[in-house]
Design a protein around this ligand. Structure first.
Ligand code: ADP
Ligand code: MG
Length: 447
């Protein structure tokens, strides 16, 4: 390649913007309460030749955003431009790899892969040729006539990739494509994909990948957009300049992972009283959605933190590695502990509070007592439930009494889950009882 060529191609690359989002907002209306704001003022750009990661917590609106980009959902407000034109429906040139593989069980590998081309009106012979190419490329040679149920999870996801690649999309969207796979299979597939990308063998221009796995994002992406929750928006952007193949043990790699952990755990200003939310811990009062977390998970983490090698304080990536948890699984537990003042999060570190230390050292009855005190003090819904039970002559109250009140602030699912979590926590602390059959809180069998 001569110099003129290089120059013109790099100029072209710099100019070739594929996707632009501006002021994208997505709300879902709710019958008698304010709209649920899932995405607010989202802006991003994708140019040719890059892998961009969108890193955010579960429920922050990442899948919603990918559906908007792919043209499956029209945003409530804002602009989505694909190659300079407003997106109004599914765009040619964009394809998607799903977390759940989404294969048709009654079709063979080859038929599943060919399917995308049928919709484009590609003639049969060419369909076949291109599907076979995509299958070979992704390492499934010889499995053309197998059915999905005959394949391992990793191979099924390879079919998912082949199906997305066969249309030669300019932009491939990936929605947590490795998160349903076991650790080793996921790593093999990531590495294979990156190798193909580096060798220029993928028939695509760019990738937009959604993930909640920080290491995965640092391993694969050229740029990471950190997505905030409630509502979802791009809160920060981090360029990853490490050359491929990247080494997870490289100090520069570790530093980036640490920095991103720190950013993602930075505490939001507490004085700001939040609007209705869904998911996460933003907000105060009862308008605080809680994830499904057992008290075993909470006490297990307190114990792990209290013991060597951490002795009360840990670097988050180290803690995640030692517990074999991903950030997406670790964060909700840490936030629950932070909420209840058993731990403090700061700049990528977590530290047990004095109460957390006491909990770790206590016997079971004292643990329960301490837990109940903190639950009442810091989880307003538990205090509300207890107060209602104390005030009612029957000392009973139905599940719906609380879930419906929460639905003014969050989705029905989140409300259900939040009440469920507080039931589990309240039972552990013996703050109240709950009868599953009658779907009723009570004060008589607090266990
Ligand atoms: P993520 O992929 O980051 O986990 P999602 O985009 O799946 O997040 O969901 C974000 C929020 O939007 C969740 O609170 C979810 O309940 C809500 N949501 C998604 N789709 C709908 C819908 N069709 N109607 C109402 N709420 C929805
Ligand atoms: Mg999702």
């Amino acid at each position: 390649m001569d110099l003129a060529d290089t120059t013109s191609s790099s100029v072209r690359a710099a100019k070739n913007q594929l996707l632009e989002l501006e002021g994208v907002r997505q709300t879902y209306s709710k019958s008698d309460s304010p709209d649920l704001v899932v995405l607010d003022d989202v802006a991003l750009k994708i140019t040719e030749g890059e892998i961009v990661g969108l890193l955010g917590r579960s429920g922050s609106g990442k899948s919603t955003l990918l559906r908007i980009v792919s043209g499956l959902v029209t945003p409530t407000a804002g602009r989505v431009l694909w190659r300079g034109h407003t997106v109004t429906g599914p765009s040619e040139g964009i394809s998607m790899v799903f977390q759940s593989f989404a294969l048709f069980p009654w079709l063979t590998v080859l038929q599943n892969v060919e399917l995308g081309l049928e919709a484009l009106g590609v003639p049969a012979a060419e369909r076949r040729r291109r599907a076979i190419d995509a299958i070979d490329l992704i390492g499934l040679d010889g499995f053309e006539s197998a059915y999905p149920k005959e394949l391992s999870g990793g191979m099924r996801q390879r079919v998912g990739f082949a199906r997305a690649l066969v249309v030669h999309p300019s932009l491939m969207l990936m929605d947590e494509p490795f998160s349903a796979l076991d650790v080793l299979t996921a790593e093999t597939l990531r590495t294979d994909l990156i190798d193909l990308w580096i060798e220029g063998r993928l028939p695509i221009k760019s990738i937009l990948m959604v993930t909640h796995n920080i290491e995965e994002a640092v391993l694969m992406c050229d740029r990471i957009l950190i997505f905030s929750s409630n509502p979802g928006r791009v809160a920060a952007e981090i360029a990853i300049d490490l050359i491929h193949p990247r080494n997870r043990l490289d100090p520069a790699f570790r530093q980036l992972v640490d920095d991103i952990y720190a950013r993602m755990t930075r505490r939001a200003p507490l004085e700001k009283v939040e609007k209705p939310i869904s998911g996460g811990f933003a907000g105060t009062g009862i308008a605080m959605a809680l994830p499904r977390l057992s008290t075993n998970r909470l006490s297990g983490l307190i114990e792990a933190l209290a013991q060597a090698p951490f002795n009360g304080e840990a670097d988050l990536p180290d803690l995640a590695a030692s517990l074999q948890l991903e950030a997406g699984e670790l964060f909700p537990i840490l936030e629950a502990l932070q909420l209840m003042r058993f731990a403090e999060l700061e700049a990528g570190d977590v530290k047990l509070t004095e109460a957390g230390q006491r909990f770790a050292a206590a016997e079971v009855d004292n643990r329960k007592r301490l837990f109940a005190e903190h639950l009442l003090a810091y989880v307003p819904l538990s205090a509300l439930i207890r107060r209602v039970l104390d005030e009612r002559p029957s000392h009973h109250a139905p599940f719906a009494r609380f879930s419906e009140e929460l639905e003014d602030y969050m989705s029905e699912d989140d409300a259900e889950q939040t009440v469920r979590t507080v039931i589990a926590w309240g039972r552990y602390g013996e703050l109240f009882g709950y009868n599953e059959e009658m779907r009723q809180f009570n004060l008589d069998d607090p266990s």
